[in-house]
Design a protein around this ligand. Structure first.
Ligand code: ZN
Length: 234
């Protein structure tokens, strides 16, 4: 599923050119199903239905499509995060919309100030954003917005990291990890958030610490309804 350019002779090229070449090459390659390798799709219906659903999360109003234990899911997330295949995020984002549609409709009944949903991807740490050149959560959010239609608005820069929290996978203990995330986000434009219905989007939810912290920042800024969705949990 996609390739990444890391040949030494290319390392002298500026990062942006390499990112551009990666994107171009990944666009030209045919997509293959992460399960059965059938070409023309990221995940075919048959393989999507065969995936293990996520265990219910113990964080309220937070949903995930699949369990991260599933090797096919791990492979897709890997392609999305490290191989530049943003189409993985876009297709799975559309699937996430279908999964959430009922909960979103129900939450809408409770009423934000308007019926629009702001779709807020969890931002990357600035250093990582520079290295990767794109935010995988944004790719998922784009897919969801595209599928959801005119009531869904991508709000990419509403949340900002207040500091670099370091790699979450390097901080193994749950408590340390949760502590590390506290107050990691700030809302850049509280006016745009006040009274709104919001869906926070991330690729993988582990402890839920990141989501909880983002939710806290958005709630403080006056968001009325906050749901969260991810591709995988585990
Ligand atoms: Zn398949």
């Amino acid at each position: 599923m996609g390739i990444i350019i890391s040949h030494p002779s290319l390392m002298r090229y500026p990062q942006m050119l390499r990112q551009f070449l990666n994107t171009a090459i990944n666009l030209l390659l045919p997509h293959r199903c992460g399960g059965c390798r059938r070409s023309g799709t990221i995940l075919c219906e048959k393989c999507a239905l065969a995936r293990e659903p996520a265990d219910p999360l113990d964080v309220p109003d937070t949903y995930a499509l699949f369990t991260y234990r599933d090797p096919v899911v791990q492979k897709m997330i890997w392609a999305l995060k490290y191989r530049g295949v943003q189409a993985v995020g876009e297709q799975l984002g559309a699937r996430l919309y279908d999964y959430l549609a009922e909960d979103l409709a129900e939450a809408s009944q409770l009423g934000g100030d308007d019926q629009n949903w702001l779709v807020v991807p969890i931002p990357l740490a600035p250093t990582r954003a520079r290295a990767r050149g794109y935010n995988q959560a944004s790719a998922i959010a784009r897919g969801l917005v595209h599928r959801g239609g005119h009531d869904f608005v991508l709000a990419e820069n509403i949340l900002a990291r207040t500091r670099d929290t370091g790699s979450q996978t390097e901080i193994r203990e749950r408590n340390k990890r949760l502590k590390n995330m506290r107050n990691a986000f700030a809302v850049t434009d509280p006016q745009a958030v006040r009274g709104k219905q919001i869906i926070i989007i991330d690729d993988v939810i582990t402890t839920g610490g990141t989501i909880s912290d983002a939710r806290r920042a958005l709630a403080r800024a006056g968001a009325k309804i906050i749901l969260a969705g991810a591709i995988a949990h585990g």
